[in-house]
Design a protein around this ligand. Sequence first.
Ligand SMILES: Nc1ncnc2c1ncn2[C@@H]1O[C@H](COP(=O)(O)OP(=O)(O)OP(=O)(O)O)[C@@H](O)[C@H]1O
Ligand SMILES: [Mg+2]
Length: 450
Amino acid sequence: MRNNVEMGSSGQRQVTFGIDFGTTNSAVAMLQRGCEPQLARFSFRGEDIPAGRSVLYFEQSKATNGQRRVHGYSGPGAIERYLDADEKGRLIQSLKSHLSNRLLSGTEVFGRRHRLEELLARIVGDLRKQAEVQFMQPVRKVTVGRPVRFVGAESEEEDELAVSRLREAFMVAGFEQVEFELEPVAAAFTYEATLNREELILIGDFGGGTSDFSLLRVGPEVRRRGRRPEDLLGSSGVGLAGDTFDARIVRKLVSPALGSNSEARSLNKILPAVPAWIYAHLEHWHYLSFLRTNNVREILKSARIRALEPEKIEALIAVIEGDLGYQLHQAVQKVKFELSQSECAEFTFRDGASGASMVELNIPITRTQFESWIADDLAAIEHSVDALLKSTGVEPREVDRVFLTGGSSFVPAVRRIFSSRFGQDRIRGGNEFTSVAQGLALSAAARDGS
Ligand SMILES: Nc1ncnc2c1ncn2[C@@H]1O[C@H](COP(=O)(O)OP(=O)(O)OP(=O)(O)O)[C@@H](O)[C@H]1O
Ligand SMILES: [Mg+2]
């Protein structure tokens, strides 16, 4: 069946597929020759969306014979299941950020060890199955996005490790042929489809895990004459983006409200009430469930008694015991999104369902404060952009347009990096959550010569 569907009489494929397996969101696109890329749709809480969360959720149920069974879910369905569960299981996200980490080979879930590749395979395998149902054909050959540099990769070897793990995950998930394309180059294909003239463009793709840049020549003439390697002048990237911004908000705003700067009396000394590593877990919300141990309970119980601000430790205990990591992270993202729109916002978090005690946080925050918290990250992003211009010998005035995409491109301070170098009128944006997937399908078609 596949041959009938995918091969024309000339032997060229008629259909190509692109999968953007993102740190936060994933999308799948199909391109039929002569048509526009089409996106697979996902359903989340009754809404129809073109990109679903890249998460896994495991829960345990008791079978009639008393034995426990573990069920796994991925994507938007995993979040729904997690939210609806009375007794929360284990949510795993931002898996892509661990791919370059040689020391992290997998994790244990309800007593069973899973390799990282298997966990990823579960997500991308479910994406494949969903796409096959919607597109009504097999999805076996695919072009997959990759960042210029994976989160945490400090050498070529670590970067290659990440790619080979990603490839293995796709193979385990039932794909038969996997090609990789740089994510910003894929986004360039999507932007190019809107052009009727040649341009030298700079792409900036800002996601959850990475910020990636490519400088390339695109346009109808480039397409007509066939792409050449020299059309891609260069790429650069840095392993930080939206997840890092969230962690800064937790460190500077949420953790202090939960006692990170609080002190406790111990004999005649004044010491931090709670050890810093507990707050470090809070910055990666899906690690929060690891804090529900007897050891941490003991530490916090004694901290609450000795603390000069016991109510903050009380709130921390409620967050941990209520396993409110996901809800807390949602509140952090909400205030971050609002700061993309307004100069000031209020961080609000309220949960009384945890049984322990009610947590209620209402903290005003200004965009200026937020920008000061992410200043080092913005400097690293700027450095990566400038390094690309320098290494390619391109002056900002030679760049025709700058296309900014990915969810974190909504952050005004990120956009400013480009408006200050290239001027506001050369900046374009759009398809923030889907440009990479669509471009991957276009890239696959270009590779096939269709
Ligand atoms: N309005 C907004 N303002 C600020 N940040 C936003 C906004 N909307 C989404 N984001 C952030 O964008 C990120 C997700 O973007 P996207 O889906 O492009 O990432 P991804 O493709 O999954 O990640 P990556 O490309 O790094 O693998 C998240 O960190 C999210 O908080
Ligand atoms: Mg992305």
